[in-house]
Each structure stands twice: as C-alpha cells, then as structure tokens.
Ligand binder design. Structure first.
Ligand SMILES: [Zn+2]
Length: 855
C-alpha cells in the first residue's frame, strides 16, 4: 500500500486522526511562551475562494511552525456573519438570513477542514449568534456610558440601492457604495455615532509603535486621520454681534483674504443674506441639496457659489469683505466656513476668477518679486508682502507670529484639526446587532439593562428590501416600557454596522465560551496582542482602524491591558487568474469556448484576445475553485503551490503547470522515503563518529536548509523561498549516495520535520511509516548545528623542499596559520617532517604549503 502517493486517502485519514486526538486544541501550558496567529475571519458567503486559501494557509504555516518551536499557539477561526448579503438573499430567495448564513458556514467550515488548517474549533465565534452579539451590545453600552456613543441629526451617505446609510469609509473614491456600487446621496437623518475622533491623536501617534506593520498601511491610516496644524480665526459680521469662524493651515496669508465663504447649510447663511439676495441664495441652497458630497468637492468641476450681500470684517486689515456661499464648502467639515485667499490657494483662485473677486498677493517666492498679474495661485511658502507689521517675514515665522497676534487680540488661536469624522454606526437593516437602547419620552435614550441582554433579533419578520428596516415595522417588538420610569417607550430599531462585530472578535477568541462576560481580563492578558495578523490590504483603514479604536476604548474602560491589538500585520497579495479579454470590446471570454488557447481568438468575432492576469472573479471567468484543485492533487499540493508561487505580500498568478510541479515534488519526497525505508532506514538513527566527505556535504545541505527555512519563517515570512529550500534539500538527498548512513537518516527526518507546517498530511504519513508514534506536528523544530555549516573544504598541495608530496583537505577560508598547522598535523606532514627541523614555511593561501627544511 505504500507504493503510491495518494493524497485523498492520506489526507482524509489524518484529518480524522487529528480531530480524534484533538491535536489542534489550544495548548495552555503556562510554561511555554504564547503566540497568537490570526487570519481575518471571513464573511460566510458560500464557498471558499483562492484568496481565502492563500490567507489561511500563510497563517497556518506560521502557527504550525511556532508550535514546533515550543510556543503555545492560539490559532482560531470564526465568522463575520451579519451583513447585507444574507438579507439580500432573504429578499431575493425567501430564505431567512439566519438559515442562509448557517448553511454557508457549514459549507465553508467543511472546506477549511479539508485544507488541513490547524484551527482550534472549540473557540469558533459566530457574530450573529446571540451568545456573541449579547456582548457586542454589552460593549456598545460601555461606549454609551463613556459618552462615546451618541445620536445626532446628520447629513449622511445614503445608498439608494440598499436603502441604508453608509459610513464615510464605506464610500469609495468615486462616491460609490463599497457594497452595492450605487452612487451615494446625501440625506439628513438621526443616527448613532461612535466618537472615534476623541482618539484621533492617539490613533495617529501610536502608528509609530507598529513596527511590524507595512509602511503603506500606516501611511493610509495617517492620511485618513489627516491631522493638520493651523489657526482658528474669527471674522466679525458687519452689523451683527456674530462672527464667522474658519480654520486655516495658512494664517500667513490672512492679509490676502478678499472674501469669506459659508457652507450653504451653515446656520449663519440666512442671517447674513440681505433681502435683495434672499431669492437667489435660497434657490442656490435648494440646488446644492441635490448634489452628493463627491460632486460638491470634485476638483475638476466649476466652483459654484453666490454672494449673500452680507459683509464681514477682516480684523487684520480692517477691510469689509463680501460673504459668499459655495457648494464646495461642507458644513460637516471644520467650521463649515473658509476664508478666501485667491492669490495663494488654487481653488480660491478659480472661484475668484469665476466670480470676479479681488486677488491680492501677500506671499512672494523667497527671492522673487510680486507679479503685477498672477496667472495662477502661488501656494508655496515664501516671504510676506502687503501684510502690515509682518512684511518681510518668511511663511513659517509669520504663521506663528500672526496666530500669536490674533490670540492676544481675541481674534483666534492656534488649532489642530483632523480629517477623521465620528464613526456612523446606524444601519436601517435587519441582519445586524440591535442597538440596546430604549427611547423614552421622559428619560430620553435609556440603555437596556445589562441583565436583559441580549436584545434578541426577532425571527418572524418580513423582507421586502424597500423602505424602513423590518424591525421598524414590528410594532409588538418596538413597544416596551421604559426601563427607568415604566412609561410606554420604543426600542431603537437601527442595527449596528457589522464593522463593530469585527472590531472585538480577536478578544473573544481568547475566552470564546465565557457566558458571564465578553472575556475574562486574565485571558486577554494571557493572549493579547495578536502576534501575527494576516489579511487583505482592503482592510487597511476600515477594520484595522476601528479595531485599534475599540482596543483603546476598552483599555480606558479597564477591560483590556493592551493599547494596540495587532503586533505584526501581513497583508497578503491577490490571487490572479489567467484571463482572456477582447481588447476592443473589453469583454471577458470563457476559456472553454476558445478553440486554441495558445493563440486565443474571440469565438464570436474571431479577433485576437489579450491574455492578462487579473484578480480571480466569476465575471472574468478566470477563477479556480479550491475544491477542484484539492480533488485533483490534494490539499498539501494546493498549500505548497500557493506558498511557493510568490512572496506572501505580492500578487500571485495562478499557473496549472506550477501546481503540477508541486505535486511532483511531493511525489519525490514520497519516493525518497520509500527507498530509505526499503534500505532499512528509520527515525532516530545515530550519526557516525567521523564523517566522510559525502556525509559532510550532505549534512551541510541538511543544516543549511534548517537555517534558511528558520530564517524565512521570521520577519517578513518569505515562505516561497522556504519551499524552494525544501526542494533543494530533497534534491541533495536524492543525489547523495550515503543512504545507509546516519547522516542520511538525519536528512530524511529533517526534511519531513521542516515540511510538516507546509504539507502537514504527507509529512505526518511518512513520519508514521518510518516508525513515528506521536504526531510529527508535536516534534521540536530542528536546530542548526553550526559546525555542520562550515563551508566547502579545499584541496591544498603539500610540498617539502619544493617537491610535491601529496594533497590535504582543509576548510575553505582557513587562515595562513591554520593551513600551516593543518599541513604539519596531516598524515603527509607526519611522514615527511618527522625528525626534521623546519627552517621556513611558505604558504600560498588556498593553494599550497611548502616546508623548507634545515640541511
Ligand atoms: Zn423613562
């Protein structure tokens, strides 16, 4: 039965055996150092795709390797199971979101198990289960009690397709919903927010501590938080006690302010508008309400605005300047007003040109002169002119001096501003965590008492996909007495953004079955932070920023001790498939419809097709189902290929020939072990006391592999080169002719042990065939013997009185003194030098040693 490598038989056998032995259960031995290896948990959409396989295989290799290195490892898996697709399935197919989700989880769990991923399933978490979302609600109340969860009327991003509100992070750079792809509209609604802005500074500063994160991700977060330092300044409204507040990063340009602009929604807008301008202003406000935020702020469109007729005072110049309103100023950002400095701001320049407003230059290039007529805004720092007492100062000094000047006169102050907005978490949908709040006409927003959690999602609801959320339509569920005063009150019917569920799941794994609390602080202290987190770059802002925010809030509530949840982050690249595309029409073509794949042409038009690699997707007909590959070659080959083909953080091009190549490699390992066994080889053979050259060479290859693979499993996890090293070691064993030596035995045993994290089934099978009784996954990671690494030997000629007497082997790179000593001690040296007096020794490094004897 051992004559052929049959992955289907072997893999099924060992998966069953491992489950029976509970091999993947988390080791809690307190003597061992901890290691927390985590993949971003999936949304249970139905089937695993190759992106999942890649993400989970990378983390699995790391987890398995750390176990062998003596760590107790936490390596869990779970399901980010709330969200819109389940609800959409309910609307489209009449299946309850809970049932749809459970079916998908069952399917995907089976596929994960088939891959041989070493998860501790006893710690599985599912965010849509009441025993999980009960604690999501509990944690929401922590935010509420800390004043970090609040409701406010706000202009929100409204997705007209999904009929729901989106967070800013869920709107892409084209102003489309991250899920439905619909163009997002602006609407005014009462919404729940989490006050992430209270942590803006810490979220920004602590990025520095994240030395194990990709720079790219840290930069994206820093830009998203968007800190800018500048001045808050106030412009008094002429004929009124009120003032218009602005924030500027360029207080050095304040003498160049020739107008101020309010957002159309600004409460001062109608107050400053003169009666003559009222009609125009009202019409303009109405038209702006139709525009999305993106349309309003797009750089390439005309700057629309109208004068209000009102005037403000520039306190620095004493001049009266007009007050305008414009669509590009948003009320939610900053103060909802800006000062217009057309000479030194590109947008203001365009606006002033379009509306014939004065342009006054107050900054010139450090060595330049003022232009009589500016052709574009000069936006660089420079030297001040036309700026009263500040003339001649450079921009940096002037910024400080002008801010100081304003502060002493009560016109403003220094200020720091962030781009980050509070996190809008209200969703008008069913399949999410109910917000545990009851609205009482007497007491306002009252938290549901913690003893009454969870607020269960009602089962019997109607899914129409239109209008208000199904919960809002459930009178019986909504109407409850106020927990404080008993007055008839109403439940909150919004559910939470599912990004809240995923903002704390990594804590729950540390204590997944706790029914008394979200987690025991001792368990968090024991396991957190996550030592290695692996997931896609698409979560660089959303999930990773929210999780960092949650961690800091829970720390301040005394629930966790860490300030950052993820010590190291690896963002794996995409899996791309070979894609056939008609370059003229842009249409993707199904490969099976192409007559000749070596010269592909469009089956409809006969035009030549373009062959490119693009992210695998159904619509591009370039996907490869993990199940197909596993059925054909087994999970070990699938794992090996996906690790070998590209470094983890780079995109990977799927290639059937390379999959086949990895299958052949595993077959080679199989045959090596069969031959070894046939020659009487077994585990634990002793090393010979002295080694032949062939043995030394083989042993060097073995220990070089240990060293290289151990190095590859640190830092950036160069798992592709680790697989290449495994292949090199197998080649060295294949070509060695000392296969009955203990060195060969050490080589086979080392190959299997190093291979174990990568191809866990095959290595386990062969380990047992060689007499292993405990699992190979419980063996210690091999250690490098530094003496075995000593580089090649070299041949050195021994001469006596210039006459060649023979050669000796010495370690390469031996020094002159070492060469001389080795020559004297060698058999040749003993024979020809015995009883002689050496007068002189001539050493030609790396070549020869010549002894000159006394006569
Ligand atoms: Zn009440």
């Amino acid at each position: 039965m051992d004559d052929r490598y049959d992955p289907q038989v072997i893999e099924a056998k060992w998966q069953q055996e491992w489950a029976a032995r509970q091999l993947d259960r988390t080791d809690t031995d307190p003597q061992k150092p901890k290691f927390y290896a985590l993949s971003m948990f999936p949304y249970p959409s139905g089937n695993l795709h190759m992106g999942h396989v890649r993400n989970y295989t990378i983390t699995d290799v790391i987890a398995r390797c750390r176990r062998m290195q003596g760590y107790r490892v936490l390596h869990p898996m779970g399901w980010d199971a709330f969200g819109l697709p389940a609800e959409n399935a309910a609307i489209e197919r009449g299946i309850h979101p809970r049932v749809w989700t459970q079916q998908n989880i069952a399917q995907m769990r089976q596929e994960l198990q088939r891959l041989g991923l070493s998860y501790d399933w006893e710690r599985e978490v599912t965010t849509c289960h009441p025993d999980y979302y009960r604690w999501t609600q509990w944690l929401f109340l922590e935010f509420f009690e800390a004043g970090l969860a609040y409701q406010k009327e706000a202009a929100v991003n409204w997705d007209p397709v999904d009929q729901t509100v989106l967070a800013n992070e869920q709107v892409d750079s084209e102003g489309r919903s991250w899920r439905s792809g619909a163009l997002v509209e602006r609407r005014l609604l009462k919404q729940w927010f989490l006050k992430i802005t209270a942590y803006a500074e810490e979220l920004l500063n602590d990025l520095e501590q994240l030395t194990g994160w990709p720079e790219r991700v840290k930069l994206m977060q820093a830009n998203w938080i968007g800190k800018s330092s500048g001045a808050y300044l106030e412009f008094p409204i002429v004929g009124s006690d009120e003032k218009i507040a602005v924030f500027t990063t360029r207080p050095d340009t304040v003498y160049g302010v020739t107008y101020v602009v309010l957002a159309p929604e600004h409460p001062l807008t109608l107050k400053v508008t003169t009666s003559r301008r009222r009609k125009t202003v009202e019409a303009f406000i109405a038209s702006v309400q139709q525009e999305s935020e993106l349309e309003r702020t797009a750089g390439d469109r005309p700057k629309r605005g109208v004068a209000t007729g009102g005037k403000a005072l520039n306190p620095f110049t004493g001049e009266e300047i007009p007050i305008w309103i414009a669509d590009y100023v948003l009320y939610e950002y900053g103060t909802g007003a800006v000062m217009g400095v057309p000479a030194h701001d590109e947008r203001d320049f365009q606006f002033a040109k379009a509306h014939k407003l004065p342009i006054r230059q107050v900054i010139i290039p450090p060595d330049g002169k003022a232009s009589t007529r500016l052709k574009a805004a000069y936006t660089e720092p420079g030297r001040l002119i036309n700026s009263g007492p500040f003339d001649g100062m450079d921009s940096a000094a002037a910024k400080a001096a002008i801010t100081e000047y304003a502060a002493t006169r009560g016109w403003g102050r220094e200020q720091v501003q962030y781009r980050l907005r509070d996190w809008l978490i209200s969703r008008q949908r069913y399949w999410g965590v109910p917000i545990p709040i009851i609205h009482c006409p007497q007491c306002g927003a009252v938290p549901v008492p913690r003893s009454e959690l969870p607020v269960l999602l009602p089962e019997e609801v109607e899914f129409t996909g239109r209008g208000p959320s199904p919960l809002a339509k459930l009178e019986a569920w909504r109407n409850v007495p106020c927990p404080k005063c008993g007055t008839p009150a109403q439940r909150e019917t919004d559910t939470m953004d599912t990004f809240i569920d995923s903002s704390w799941y990594y804590f729950r794994y540390a204590d997944a079955r706790n029914s008394e609390a979200p987690f025991d602080p001792a368990a968090i202290k024991d396991w957190l932070p996550v030592d290695q987190y692996v997931g896609g770059i698409e979560h660089a802002i959303l999930h990773l920023l929210y999780s960092r925010f949650f961690t800091k809030v829970l720390r301040d509530r005394g629930l966790v001790q860490v300030s950052e949840p993820f010590q190291r982050l690896l963002t794996q690249g995409m899996v791309q498939g070979r894609t056939y595309k008609n370059p003229r029409t842009g249409k993707y073509v199904i490969p099976s419809q192409i007559a000749d794949l070596s010269q592909p042409t469009d089956p409809e038009t006969g035009e030549p097709l373009e062959v490119v690699y693009e992210k695998m997707s159904k619509s591009k007909y370039n996907g490869v189902a993990p199940s197909e590959v596993i059925e054909k070659y087994g999970a070990d080959t699938a794992r090996m290929f996906i690790l070998f083909k590209a470094p983890p953080e780079k995109d990977l091009e799927w290639d059937d020939a390379d999959v086949e190549g990895q299958f052949r490699f595993l077959n080679r390992v199989w045959r090596l072990v069969q031959t070894f066994k046939a020659n009487g080889g077994q585990l634990g053979q002793p090393l010979p006391t002295s080694l032949t050259k062939a043995e030394k060479d083989l042993r060097r290859a073995v220990h070089t592999a240990i060293k290289e693979i151990s190095d590859d499993l640190e830092g950036d996890y160069q798992l592709n080169t680790a697989v290449a090293e495994l292949m090199k070691l197998a080649n060295a064993l294949g070509s060695a002719d000392c296969y009955t030596s203990g060195v060969y035995g050490e080589g086979i045993q080392t190959l299997l042990t190093l291979l174990a994290p990568f191809a866990p089934h095959l290595s386990e099978e062969l380990w047992h065939q060689l007499g292993g009784t405990d699992s190979i996954h419980r063996q210690p990671w091999p250690k490098v013997d530094p003496t075995a690494l000593i580089a090649e030997e070299m041949t050195v000629v021994i001469q006596v009185m210039g006459k060649t007497r023979g050669t000796i082997q010495v370690p390469a790179g031996a020094s002159q003194a070492e060469l001389e000593e080795a020559a004297k001690q060698s058999d040749l040296g003993q024979r020809y030098l015995a009883g002689k007096t050496i007068k002189k020794v001539i050493v030609v490094p790396g070549k020869l040693v010549n002894f000159v004897l006394a006569p």
